[in-house]
Design a protein around this ligand. Sequence first.
Ligand code: ATP
Length: 240
Amino acid sequence: TAQNPLLAVEGVETYYGNIIALRGVDIAVFEGEIVTLIGANGAGKSTLMMTICGNPQARKGRIVYDGEDITHLPTHDIMQRSIAQSPEGRRIFPRMTVMENLQMGALVTDGASFDADLQRVFDLFPRLKERQHQRGGTLSGGEQQMLAIGRALMSRPRLLLLDEPSLGLAPMVVKQIFEVIKDLNREEGLTVFLVEQNAFHALRLAHRGYVMVNGQITMSGTGAELLARPEVRAAYLEGG
Ligand code: ATP
């Protein structure tokens, strides 16, 4: 029997005013997978991520999560359905401490597993434990990214949405963050949808990938298949 995807994006069109940004996008993410979406600056990757979260909403098509049509739900309802997002630009709370940021992530839970969840985030990112009393805004870029992911994990997601976690980070830090994503997937079966401009790292990490050009999906396949495609190499990997 064919398994249903945990997340299905079906024929989605999204507009900014009269301007179309997504032109009929189809994507499926199955439970236990890491799926990546790669594409150039301005292709519409962040718009897709935001559309999944309901802001802006799709004007056509639908988004189905765990069998439920969530296309027209408000963002706060979507975020209560075991979906967590770590948005581009990180958007942690800069004036709150690391600990307070993590507490914010746990607000959608009943709190029963807070201590264990916190311990897990500190195990994944020991730097956050060391800096737990420091304000978010005083962290380095890499630490802020770790905090954004840690905050998302505190909500105990089944699906983790990551928008460009490698943006602006040193190669060593990128490697560390991608290792954590891989471990979460392997050890806990966490399902991950990862938007990245860093195509090389993303395709090596992901089970499957999609390529977006100008608001449309132009290619899909396993990470290894896409890495081997000359068109992908020429457009996204050469010199990168
Ligand atoms: P980046 O890596 O730069 O984030 P992206 O692939 O995520 O690129 P989007 O940010 O989704 O691309 O942008 C897709 C298109 O929609 C671009 O042409 C962009 O200029 C346009 N766009 C994005 N946000 C808005 C907005 N708030 N209002 C109008 N147009 C927008």
